[in-house]
Design a protein around this ligand. Structure first.
Ligand SMILES: *Cc1c(COP(=O)(O)O)cnc(C)c1O
Length: 455
């Protein structure tokens, strides 16, 4: 039976962000999960070391979340949000607004982080049209940002490795440098921050009349390799956006809902965005709900008689799905009763100490962490910071080794990702760090031997 499943998977499936040749060599089929572990069809268990790609909060099969879905199912699974609303979507909107930065007062639902960003950029674009400033049409975004994989989100994001092939389809946007301290010339956080802010200001000074909005991942560039920005950068960007009358779109899809030790990462710098996208942790990792938040000022620019055609013409079949909103509501209740955010802040201190054990390993170049969001950048040569070449696939091989040892994660190039479920205990964190440590020691050693270097 398990053999048949693997055969079927190889015959019919095409997996996201996956070279299927890799899958065919190392198929993995998950059958169940419990707490912070998942189990495959052979009965082997794995720590969910990346929260099933950055989603999971309370662990798998959390009783209260399961119940919330069952209870909602007794009433209705789905009805549309076009021109009307439903009970859980309405209740959830109120609860969300209570926990987001004060300036954000409106909730627009969607099904994925990419779509939440797509909505943010369309709203920003139309906002200026609606108030009679159609010359403001262009976006600014950060080099190596990631906002999802739809064409609009890719036009802002553009990680070369994923997206260069679609270059001709993308709309024009200005890219400004992001403060990647480890790979900056000076290696100094403040210098690196100030240089990047200066480059942004130069662009704004010259072009602000044609710029609609700037988009930025909040506090951490996730897909680029868990790159934590230096203190003062996000608030510096906010100040410049205000000064030059440009809307600020903050992408909290990865960082929102407690991941970094605050409910939303922009709270680290008291930043009030004009638009904010969230997703991932919003349903505790259960169902595809995402949200774009906006200020009242933006909402009001669309509110008018129908014939002015200021309506925001956007929405999908499953927007505001009741099952998803019901489980998101219960997720938010658990955030409160289980003091999730406070606990993440505490556990992130404990984790910081554990990660120090990895810092001395010969191929660990940089360890970056904010809350329970971590990246460990492996380098071929620690002294010169020389990266491993792409074809060595070092991150991938380390992650496969971790899988063998009973933990799942997915690297970003040479960066090992560690994003455990937010409820992971101190002991579980230590056990997962131990697995990472072994894999990060063994694979680079193996690589050195294979390529004939002295060890
Ligand atoms: C995951 C992610 C997205 C895209 O979300 P999807 O739900 O995968 O579409 C957008 N922005 C950031 C920062 C993300 O981490």
């Amino acid at each position: 039976m398990t053999h048949k499943l693997i055969e079927k998977s190889k015959k019919h499936l095409w997996l996201p962000f996956t070279q299927m040749k890799d899958y065919d060599q190392d198929p993995l089929i998950i059958e169940s999960g419990e707490g912070i572990k998942v189990k495959d069809i052979h009965g082997k268990e794995y720590y969910d070391g990346f929260s099933s790609v950055w989603l999971n909060v309370h662990g798998h099969r959390k009783k209260e979340l399961d119940e919330a879905i069952k209870n909602q199912l007794e009433k209705i699974a789905h009805s549309t949000l076009l021109g009307m609303t439903n009970v859980p979507a309405t209740e959830l909107a109120e609860k969300l607004i209570e926990i987001t930065p004060d300036k954000l007062t409106r909730v627009f639902y969607s099904d994925s982080g990419a779509e939440a960003m797509e909505i943010a950029l369309k709203m920003a674009f139309q906002y200026w049209k609606n108030i009679g400033r159609q010359e403001k049409q262009i976006f600014i975004s950060m080099q190596n940002g990631y906002h999802g994989d739809t064409i609009g989100a890719v036009s802002l994001g553009a990680i070369d490795l994923f997206h260069h092939v679609y270059g001709a389809l993308m709309f024009k946007s200005y890219k400004v440098p992001y403060p990647y301290v480890y790979r900056s010339d000076s290696g100094d956080p403040s210098l690196c921050r100030d240089e990047c802010l200066q480059r942004l200001e130069e662009l704004l000074m010259e072009r602000h009349d044609e710029i609609a909005a700037l988009s930025i991942e909040s506090m951490v560039q996730g897909a680029a390799g868990m790159i934590v920005m230096p203190k003062g950068f996000l608030s510096g960007v906010r100040e410049l956006c205000t000064k030059y009358d440009v809307l600020m779109i903050v992408d909290e899809v990865a960082t929102g809902f407690g991941r970094t030790g605050k409910m939303f990462a922009c709270e680290h710098e008291q930043v009030q965005p004009d638009l904010m996208a969230a997703g991932k942790g919003i349903t505790g990792g259960y169902l595809p709900i995402a949200v774009t938040f906006t200020s009242e000022k933006i909402y009001e620019a669309f509110y008018d008689d129908y014939e002015t055609l200021k309506t925001f013409f956007h929405g999908h079949s499953y927007t505001g799905n009741q099952l998803g909103c019901a489980v998101a509501l219960e997720n938010l209740r658990l955030f409160q009763t289980d003091s999730i955010v406070k606990n993440v802040a505490k556990k992130s201190e404990q984790l910081k100490e554990m990660l120090e054990e990895l810092a001395s390993l010969p191929h660990v170049g940089d360890i970056r962490q904010l809350g329970l969001m971590c990246g460990i950048e492996l380098v071929q040569d620690k002294a010169t910071k020389e990266p491993y070449p792409l074809e060595k696939r070092i991150g991938y091989r380390v992650s496969l080794k971790m899988r063998e040892l009973g933990m799942l994660t997915r690297p970003m190039g040479n960066v090992i990702v560690f994003m455990p479920p937010l409820v992971s205990t101190k002991r579980e964190l230590q056990l997962m760090v131990n697995i990472m440590k072994i894999a990060i020691e063994v694979i680079p050693q193996e690589e050195a031997i294979l390529s004939g270097q002295d060890v």
